[in-house]
Design a protein around this ligand. Sequence first.
Ligand SMILES: [Zn+2]
Length: 184
Amino acid sequence: MKIEITKVTSWTDVLNAARFTQRLPLKSGEPSVKWKKKIIKAEHSPLRCLMFNIDFYDIPYYVSVHLVRHVHAQPFVSTSRPDIDGHQPSREEQRKTDPVNMRLFLNAQEIINISKVRLCNKAEAKTKIIWRQVIEELRKIEPELANACKPSCFYRGFCPEIKSCGLADTETFSLAVNDYINSL
Ligand SMILES: [Zn+2]
C-alpha cells in the first residue's frame, strides 16, 4: 500500500482568489505561512483553490467505497472489470478486500471535511488508518493544512456519532484540543 500526494494548484491561486474578492491586483508570489494559517483557520472559499491529487495504491476495494462517499472529491478508481483487464478474477471470485488503486482529485477544504469523519474512532478501522497516513503524507508538503485536519469532536467538544467514539471523554482530549488551537 502506498499513498502519494501532489499539489495541482498553488497557494498563489488561493491568494489571488482572495485578492480578487477585495478588488486588489493579482500577485505572482506565495503568501506567508501566517497568511496560510489564517485562511485555513477561517476556511474561507479561496481555500478551495488549493487542489491536490491523492493517489492510493493497493488499498482494499471496500476502503475505496468508503472514500467515494465524500462527494466533493472527484474519485478515479482502477477498473475491476475482467472483460477489460484480463488479469482480474471473475466477478464471482472478487472480494471486497481485493486491492485497487484510487485517485482523489480534491481541494484543501474537502481534506479537512473528510478528516472530520474518517479520523473519528467510529470510522472503519482500515479506512481510518489509511486516512491517517494521508494526513502524515500531507504534513510533508503542507504542514499547516495537516495540523488543521481533526475529527469532529475537536470542533464540537463531543463526538457527534450516533454511538460516541468516546475520544472527547478521555483525559488527553483537552490537551490535544489545546495543541490544535495553538497550532492554528
Ligand atoms: Zn468520534
